[in-house]
Design a protein around this ligand. Structure first.
Ligand code: SAM
Ligand code: SF4
Length: 461
């Protein structure tokens, strides 16, 4: 699942001033209240932030993007790797300084760190006002002065209704037990939402103007309900929404018919994110991933047959305890064979409570660093070759991010490629563009019939 930065979360709608319904039990006094939500981590966290945003707007807060302009700051956090926690500690330090200077009133810590034991230490160290895990985010409602009702802000409620694109949660939690991963500890066992509830949310979103629906879960392809499987759900969503994508999948759950559906359904973006973690069977076993490299390769073969122009991405961990040079070579071999279009490569980070943190045979940091660079080089070399094949093609692009101050927008092809181009089109609109050049991470295009042929890539060839 792709990671987001710590940049402020985009407003999903303009703040409205409203009178908080019911008795104001919140601890943030006064009118003209402001709140800032900062999100760390994956799309699940972005989606959780959207739900919290609904609560603060309903409670009459205006959303601001700078800490110093906020009465309440909510840090919605990631616990997957230690550097994510270190970043949050840095932000907490700054927030506590601002609070001491009287420039902000309350600090809330939510999300995956909030669900971990370490949150208690952070609460005491920084004097955090509210700590919430991933299962009780609804308690933010009471904190900001809304009546407390568990049902009020459940995953059933969309956070992004009316937006041009929206996440729809279909599963929460995870039933796997990967050696290195805290997700099952902080998000619990997998719960599959009913098809009826998912489809009615999709219908509401589409009626409200949403043109792009992303189905969300830690292992979306593990969705099962009443004898139906993920592919049945995906096809039903693809009948209703104009553009559909999903993340993240687990190789053990990915069915061939889902891969063929990606290739054949017009409304499904031809992109697959299928984390492999390692190319070595020995490491996959130590990690408890539940498949062998050959099975993974076979699935990728089916995806490439089903959607030859589609984009494939993955997650890889280097330096997991016990990883030998031979294991690393096997990962490099798999990277070559699968020719990924992009990947998130991570250096192993020991997490308290996981099996991997207790294993011996740590990999030296300089060895991890070298392996990290080698895997990244392999990925980028292949991605550049594959991207270069798109140069000269004319593509229909969905505008995902409108123009920045340089006039550069980011569009997405139906094959899932990101294209940088100059256009004034709004997010959610479609434009046609010619691909002018390629780099390892993106394509660069110009609107068909436009004078913008001069868009220089950001440091790419
Ligand atoms: N559920 C997804 C899956 O199984 O692929 C991804 C969950 S996790 C939030 C996203 C990625 O973080 C994983 O695929 C893995 O590559 C990486 N990751 C998780 N725990 C890690 C750790 N302790 N050290 C380094 N990378 C880790
Ligand atoms: Fe973590 Fe593994 Fe579950 Fe993904 S499948 S969330 S890596 S335990």
């Amino acid at each position: 699942m792709s990671e987001t930065s710590t940049t402020p979360v985009r407003l999903t709608r303009k703040p409205e001033r409203r009178t908080p319904p019911g008795p104001a039990t919140g601890t943030v006094p006064g009118s003209g209240k402001t709140a800032c939500i900062r999100t760390f981590g994956c799309q699940m966290n972005v989606h959780d932030s959207d739900r919290m945003r609904r609560m603060i707007l309903d409670a009459g807060y205006a959303e601001v993007t700078r800490y110093e302009d906020a009465d309440l700051v909510i840090l919605n956090t990631c616990y997957v790797r230690e550097n994510a926690v270190d970043r949050v500690r840095g932000h907490l330090g700054e927030l506590i300084r601002l609070r001491r200077e009287g420039r902000l009133k309350k600090v809330a810590l939510t999300g995956c760190i909030g669900a971990a034991e370490e949150s208690e230490t952070l609460r005491r160290q920084f004097g955090i006002d509210l700590v919430l895990g991933t299962h009780n985010t609804y308690e933010l409602a009471e904190f900001v002065g809304l009546p407390t009702m568990e049902e009020t802000y459940t995953p059933e409620l969309p956070g992004t209704e009316g937006e041009h694109s929206a996440f729809v949660t279909i599963t929460t939690g995870c039933n796997y037990g990967c050696s290195y991963c805290v997700v099952p500890m902080v998000r619990g066992r997998m719960v599959c939402r009913s098809k009826e509830s998912i489809l009615s949310e999709v219908d509401r979103l589409v009626e409200g103007g949403t043109g792009y629906v992303t189905l969300l879960g830690q292992t979306v392809d593990a969705w099962r309900r009443d004898g139906e499987r993920f592919c049945d759900l995906l096809e039903a969503v693809a009948e209703r929404a104009p553009r559909v994508s999903f993340t993240t999948s687990h190789p053990s759950n990915m069915e061939d018919r889902t891969l063929w559906a990606i290739g054949s359904r017009d409304t499904i973006v031809k992109r697959l994110h299928l984390p492999v973690q390692s190319g070595s069977d020995r490491m996959l076993k130590i990690m408890h991933r539940g498949y062998k490299a050959e099975r993974y390769r076979r699935k990728i073969g089916v995806f490439r047959d089903a959607a030859p122009e589609g984009t494939l991405s993955t997650d890889i961990i280097v330096g997991h305890p016990g990883e030998t040079e031979e294991d690393h070579e096997a990962t490099l071999g798999l990277v070559e064979d699968c020719s990924f279009d992009s990947a998130y490569v991570f250096k192993f980070s020991p997490r308290d409570g996981t099996e991997a943190a207790t294993l011996g045979e740590p990999v030296a940091p300089e060895v991890s660093q070298r392996r990290f660079v080698e895997v990244l080089r392999g990925i980028e070399g292949n991605a550049f070759k594959r991207n270069s094949r798109k140069v000269g093609s004319v593509e229909e692009l969905y505008v995902r991010h409108g123009a920045n101050e340089d006039g550069r927008a980011i569009g997405e092809t139906w094959t899932g490629h990101a294209v940088h181009l100059k256009t004034e089109a709004n997010p959610g609109e479609y434009v046609r563009a010619t691909i002018e050049s390629a780099g390892p991470h993106a394509l660069y295009g110009s609107l068909c019939g436009s004078p913008y042929g001069d868009l220089a890539p950001y440091g790419d060839v």
